[in-house]
Ligand binder design. Structure first.
Ligand SMILES: [Zn+2]
Length: 290
């Protein structure tokens, strides 16, 4: 199977930037004859009722998908199995660092700012036993590369940093980078269309995919929606959800299609003439009405 996907976190309502990315993911998948899957990334920050409203908004926009949405919260066994496999390969170690300790640690010369400096990589058994009495360990990947290269349909060949990133957090929750790689591989997702704020995390995920024996997907990191001050659009920026825009008399689909230079009143109509080469490459500044 060959599939694309949209993977919202049910932490609140989708805003027009999220919906725009969802439409692009749908167009890319359908244009290439792929299935289109919805995955609910509900390991964290779940707001009651948000998932249903998100799915309703996607349907209102005219998007359809194959099968039923899967939920990450129902797939913990898969994440455990992946970590166990990496552990058997000697690829996992416990990390006891707090966020502050990582920020304050001196950065190794060949590591980019913010990268994990490897503090817990080579603890002795005795040191680990001592630290376990102090706080629960996160699990980190023992990476043997400092960078990795991915292919992106909009950004071309992209090389980015890989560090010993977290696989499972100290509170036991599987880390985002692990869960998406496991899910994409297991679901047959070989095309990942998402906001370009996630481009820097693609090399880590692609590297992890190779360690788990799967081929990294084709990436398409599409321009993000920004607010008037040039920051990532958020719900606090005003009337940005489908419901809020409708209350202001605005057709969200038409608004999104116009922002992308697409013609058609429905996703199917847009698909008939969709050509990625004509999409705007700059980020989209959205100023809510009112
Ligand atoms: Zn550590």
């Amino acid at each position: 199977m060959s599939a694309g996907r949209y993977a919202p976190s049910p932490s609140g309502d989708l805003h027009v930037g999220n919906l725009r990315t969802a439409l692009l993911a749908w167009l890319w998948a359908r244009r290439s004859g792929r299935e289109f899957l919805i995955r609910v990334e509900d390991l964290d920050r779940v707001r009651p009722g948000a998932e249903q409203r998100q799915l309703d908004d996607l349907r209102t926009l005219g998007l359809d998908w194959d099968g039923v949405p899967v939920h990450q919260s129902g797939r913990l066994d898969l994440y455990d199995a992946a970590i166990a496999r990496l552990d058997r390969d000697g690829r996992v170690y416990e990390c006891f660092c707090t966020r502050r300790e990582i920020l304050e640690a001196p950065t190794a010369p060949h590591h980019p700012p913010g990268a994990y400096p490897g503090t817990c990589r080579d603890l002795t058994d005795a040191e680990r036993a001592q630290r376990r009495t102090e706080r629960p360990a996160a699990l980190r990947l023992r990476a043997d590369v400092a960078t990795f290269t991915v292919e992106d349909e909009l950004h071309g060949t992209y090389e980015g940093a890989v560090d010993d990133f977290v696989l499972r957090r100290g509170d036991g929750v599987p880390a985002y980078n692990l869960a998406v790689v496991v899910d994409d591989a297991e679901q047959g997702v070989d095309q990942v269309v998402r906001g370009d704020d996630l481009l820097p995390s693609a090399p880590r995920q692609a590297y992890l995919a190779t360690l788990l024996g799967t081929r990294p997907p084709v990436y398409v990191h599409v321009p993000l929606a920004l607010n008037a001050s040039g920051r990532r659009l958020a719900k606090r920026d005003g009337a940005v959800t489908l419901g809020e825009l409708r209350a202001d008399g605005i057709d969200t689909f038409a608004l999104i299609a116009d922002s992308l230079g697409l013609t058609g009143a429905t996703p199917q109509e847009v698909l008939a003439t969709f050509d990625p080469a004509t999409l705007p490459t700059e980020r989209w500044v959205f100023v809510p009405p009112g």
